[in-house]
Design a binder for this molecule. Sequence first.
Ligand SMILES: Cc1cc2nc3c(=O)[nH]c(=O)nc-3n(C[C@H](O)[C@H](O)[C@H](O)COP(=O)(O)OP(=O)(O)OC[C@H]3O[C@@H](n4cnc5c(N)ncnc54)[C@H](O)[C@@H]3O)c2cc1C
Ligand code: SF4
Length: 498
Amino acid sequence: MGKATGFMEFTREKGKERSPLTRTNDWNEYSAPLADDALRRQGARCMDCGTPFCHMGMELQGTTTGCPIHNLIPEWNDLVYRGQWKEALERLLKTNNFPEFTGRVCPAPCEGSCTLAISDPAVSIKNIERTIIDKGFENGWIKPRIPAKRTGKKIAIIGSGPAGLASADQLNQAGHSVTVYERSDRPGGLLMYGIPNMKLGKDVVERRIKLLTQEGIDFVTNTDVGKDITADELKNKYDAVILCTGAQKQRDLAIEGREANGIHFAMDYLTISTKSFLDSNFQDGNYIDTKDKDVIVIGGGDTGADCVATALRQKCRSVVQFGKHPQLPAARTSDNMWPAYPNIFTLDYAYEEAQMQFGKDPRQYSIQTKKIVKDKSGNVKELHTIQMKKLKDGNGRYYFEEVPGTEKVWPAQYVFIAIGFEGTEQPLLKQFGVHSANNKVKAAYGKFTTNVDGVFAAGDARRGQSLIVWAINEGREVAREVDAFLMGSSVLPSSVHQ
Ligand SMILES: Cc1cc2nc3c(=O)[nH]c(=O)nc-3n(C[C@H](O)[C@H](O)[C@H](O)COP(=O)(O)OP(=O)(O)OC[C@H]3O[C@@H](n4cnc5c(N)ncnc54)[C@H](O)[C@@H]3O)c2cc1C
Ligand code: SF4
């Protein structure tokens, strides 16, 4: 344990963030690490509790509680307090292949279940994680680890998101020859095209891909498996195949006027924006430009928030985000007690920026879009909405009811639909003959085998749209199962609850 009295002496220090007013003038990361001495104080606050809930990593009340990859948080907190950064890095890399991603954009369910958070603000775990890995790269401690021996086994991984990358990393280190197929022009999945640059710098993603390439992993981009190369070709060429295709099939809005010009899926907006930024710093003009426009984002989640932040950087005239649910409470309620993830009101980066720029939070709660109205040229002109009330029926199930007299009209020239994802795309699964249910690949957690021999599935494709940290967990776990399938047993680590 770091400092026995640390939790009484020091308060929580939040990671540094650039000013919300100025950071919307560029696309650089908005967050920055805490200084070393502040991080050491945070490490000192860790109580090294006998049962560290921070790394329990399970679903409680339908949300993730504790770290899903079971990071050895109290151990590296202690090492950071003592200034032993290299040792902290070694501990961190035992459980997390990519701390530079989670240390930046994980929602940190570990902090919600930190024991200190029962009475005080949690230890700044995520910030400590980020700095440990950043120091690893800065000091040259991270070097390519090229496997000494190859097994002669060949594995194809379809999809280069965090699940695909984590399984590739593990299997490559086990000596197998790994090829990752990716439909996009750049590897990384949603880390590259999805999460915007201001949240996760693409140089950080590219640095990791470069390292994995140096270690022997082969990335084949611009290749849509199922079209450019068939499932049968892959099955014949490789000893095992892992489907890490994500869950990017977008949910649509079936309302009057949906076909109007100017209405796009959030993911299309975010993807081409990042691509244009990376290709040409927006000089190619291949992006949706909301400059001087009124923007409405339909959908109250994180994808919608990323659209808000993107529109702000494009200098939109106004931006509003519609959410179906009521505003969250300021503090935990009796049905959301520690150690469950705290479902409380927060002001995320995009909302803080909008508040600074326009003087108000862009979120509208308990609102439903009834119809979209077009102008004579077929362009979106306005959205008609009504307020909704969230009620509970006799069986405790929630339902929504319109509130009469709350109709409203909102001007808009661009609308982005961010109401969630239906699951993974079906044509490829059909080609492989793999079964699915509710648009997710049927493969049990812990085994990851599909109904087709030698074909496995992991990440969002299997569990539905989730978190990077879960994708890393599944990538690690499926790697172990594939290794055992090929070799009879595996020495790769597993953290699956038995
Ligand atoms: C806008 C947005 C923001 C998010 N922000 C966060 C966040 O801040 N923190 C967080 O923890 N999580 C966040 N998430 C969720 C997180 O990104 C995902 O849970 C995670 O990326 C899933 O990883 P994955 O590897 O399973 O799939 P993905 O990252 O979706 O990658 C799947 C890859 O498979 C490729 N692919 C699919 N089909 C084929 C094919 N036939 N041939 C070749 N390639 C194929 C796709 O092109 C894609 O690159 C966000 C999600 C979105 C949409
Ligand atoms: S990966 Fe996420 S949950 Fe795990 S320690 Fe890091 S921030 Fe916390």
